[in-house]
Ligand binder design. Structure first.
Ligand code: FES
Length: 176
């Protein structure tokens, strides 16, 4: 015979009813955030307008020139092309998160300084992210690997950027 399930009058122990929490949980540069706004909001606007992380640049409404690249997990992706709803539970690293927690520069950042690979600087964050993703999947990239990155530099720094990425790959960032 079926027995009626009798609910206790009070919550049991420390377990209390909890409403469904709305929002998109995402980790950015090691910190946890919940986005409760429009799920279609591009990640780029969330970074720049909500978190005020302005290192990632606008590179056009479809991206494509690398200025708006961020790392999602270990992959470089265009932040303007990625809606917040696609990031639930994901980990994002922006250029602000490349440096070590003690403030020490990422080897690529140091190598860009060493090789004077920065002109106006608009494209630089994107190059750093693309370079970091490249070095993770190919620790010793050749010129072709670097030339295939989607990034553009209107200041004409490509040759020095190439040298900087190869310097970082060789472990010579910060050396004469
Ligand atoms: S340094 Fe100016 S666009 Fe690359």
């Amino acid at each position: 015979m079926l027995q009626a399930h009798v609910l206790p009058a009070e919550p049991v122990g420390t377990i209390a009813p909890e409403k469904t929490r709305e929002g998109i949980d995402v980790q950015i540069n090691g910190e946890h955030f919940r986005h409760t706004g429009d799920p279609q909001m591009p990640l780029l606007w969330y970074l720049r307008d909500v978190l005020r992380l302005t290192g990632t640049k606008y590179g056009g409404e479809h991206g494509g020139n690398g200025a708006d690249l961020v790392l999602v997990e270990d992959k470089a992706v265009s932040a303007i092309s990625l809606a917040m709803h696609a990031l639930a539970g994901k980990s994002v690293t922006t250029v602000e998160g490349l440096a070590a927690s003690d403030g020490g520069l990422h080897p690529l950042q140091q190598a860009f300084i060493d090789e004077d690979a920065i002109g106006c600087g608009y494209c630089t964050p994107g190059w750093l992210i693309a370079g970091a993703a490249l070095l993770r999947r190919k620790p010793k990239p050749g010129d072709d690997d670097i030339d295939q990155l989607p990034n553009l530099c209107r200041c004409g720094c490509q040759t020095r950027v190439r040298r900087a990425i190869k310097r970082a790959a060789a472990g010579k960032a910060g050396q004469p």
